[in-house]
Design a protein around this ligand. Sequence first.
Ligand SMILES: Cc1cc2nc3c(=O)[nH]c(=O)nc-3n(C[C@H](O)[C@H](O)[C@H](O)COP(=O)(O)OP(=O)(O)OC[C@H]3O[C@@H](n4cnc5c(N)ncnc54)[C@H](O)[C@@H]3O)c2cc1C
Length: 324
Amino acid sequence: MPYDICGKVIVATAENELPRLDELYRRGNGNGLTGLQMLTAEEIREIEPHAAGIRGIRVPSTGIVDYGKVAEKYAEHIVERGGEIHVPHEVIALRRSRGNTIIETTRGPIEAGLVINCAGLQSDRVSRMADAKVDSRIIPFRGEYYEIIAAKHYLVRGLIYPVPDPQFPFLGVHFTRRIGGGVEAGPNAVLALKREGYLKNSFDVGDMLEFATFPGFWIMAAKHWQMSVGEYHRSWSKAAFVRALRRLLPELRAEDLISGGSGVRAQALDISGKLIDDFHFVYTEGMVHVCNVPSPAATASLAIGKYIVNTVLQRGDSNLAAAR
Ligand SMILES: Cc1cc2nc3c(=O)[nH]c(=O)nc-3n(C[C@H](O)[C@H](O)[C@H](O)COP(=O)(O)OP(=O)(O)OC[C@H]3O[C@@H](n4cnc5c(N)ncnc54)[C@H](O)[C@@H]3O)c2cc1C
């Protein structure tokens, strides 16, 4: 499978970001990342000649891969080991019967010893089918991208990231070189008006009513309204999006960018209005509900899988023992 360990630089563009950069460096080392290097402004320019930054961190072990191909490989391993994949089966109900779970789907029932609900944008709804005590709701945040035109790909050699602000669950716009060629710029983080709201005009009355009747939504809206206004502005105004990107890459011009794709993050919000920033799992008999797995959950998918299996084993769930 093609991959490229192209490295990443995280750049601080203002003095007030430096304590957070230092903390990131400390945590990276503490978590066992090897080869982290604190960079001066000149050293940033040696790695990424067009990036801004008064100080930075180089993460040499960061790489890129085509995640579609990773998912295909996982599927291949599952089938090789005798597993079956039923993609078009929408889960519509879950019920316990004689120590197992009956998964009702749009294409008929499936009986399972252990169910792991990782339904992303629908994970809270699926967990409620099992009467799980999940007091969070999934709030969809669309991330929109631009692509840098081919003539300007030289502006980005690897990955250029900002210093994250722990007050917000999303990182902020950044630059990512893609494995198949090309450079992505983004994503922003716009509250989507539909769970699978990949387009700017996506809208679903039922989904909206569900947010509006959840108390945590209004607390979050009051807390983060300024950020939300900024994100909507960047969604509709290319000039505003470019201004945000130019903090990292000052030479970038609006004409260097063309519209790219989008993705929708499944972000869990708790009843007190807190956007949950850690992984969150809820267990019911014979079932594990993956209620919040923000980025980098795709990168960490194998580690998360191991964590779930080990936790269920520790809980002594006999259904898992049978399923292994
Ligand atoms: C814009 C964007 C950029 C990201 N960048 C990164 C990154 O660089 N690195 C990283 O590690 N992570 C990244 N992530 C996060 C990553 O995509 C998620 O953490 C990860 O996909 C979560 O995996 P999951 O399996 O829990 O859910 P998902 O990948 O969302 O999969 C859920 C699946 O469940 C299915 N489903 C839903 N409801 C039902 C139902 N009722 N019945 C049957 N099936 C159902 C859906 O169709 C879907 O296939 C990014 C996310 C976004 C949106």
